[in-house]
Design a protein around this ligand. Structure first.
Ligand SMILES: [Zn+2]
Ligand SMILES: [Zn+2]
Length: 175
């Protein structure tokens, strides 16, 4: 009897790794512990109203948790964009107030994937693999703009797409 093919669950699809969730929870609890238990014991002036205290204490805790979730996200997101994971995790870690994360989102590169034919890193907007000429997305053979794989004619120049190299177009259709 043939074994049913197991559906490959790619753990890398998780954009927030477990360790960063654990770190975020620990940071949250630690901050709450400090502001509710440690800090009031050292206070010499009267405490602010309880509503304000709850708001401030939770805000600090959530901010710290967000910080670690952000670093976890960068650790997963950077490799998909062929960016240095260590460098950007360090930037997010040392720059105060989440400025590192802002820089990361401003400067991050488009997502890369691998060419199914030769494994070269390719960007999502590539039509052809730069190493092996494998067609990565359907494009017009005349004006080279992106077309849908089911189109018969190019929407930009009217070129009959069936005249293009059929095998390459069929490979795209088969995905
Ligand atoms: Zn290739
Ligand atoms: Zn065209």
């Amino acid at each position: 009897m043939q074994k049913p093919q197991s559906i490959a669950v790619n753990e890398d699809e998780r954009m927030i790794p477990v360790w960063s969730i654990v770190a975020a929870s620990a940071a949250f609890l630690l901050i709450e512990y400090y502001w509710w238990i440690v800090a009031p014991a050292q206070r010499h002036h009267p405490a602010p109203p309880i509503g304000l205290r709850i708001y401030l204490n939770l805000s600090w805790g959530l901010l710290a948790a967000l910080y670690f979730l952000m670093i976890g996200y960068v650790s997963k997101d950077a490799p998909r964009r062929a960016m240095s994971t260590r460098f950007w995790m360090l930037v997010c870690l040392v720059m105060p107030g989440g400025i590192g994360a802002v820089f990361y989102f401003l400067l991050r590169q488009p997502e890369v994937s691998r060419c199914p034919a030769c494994g070269t890193h390719v960007q999502s907007d590539f039509h052809f693999c730069p190493q092996c000429n494998y067609q990565l997305s359907a494009s017009c053979g005349n004006c080279f703009r992106t077309v849908r794989a089911t189109d018969q004619y190019c929407t930009r120049c009217g070129h009959e797409l069936a005249e293009d190299h059929t095998p390459a177009r069929l490979r795209v259709l088969g995905e």
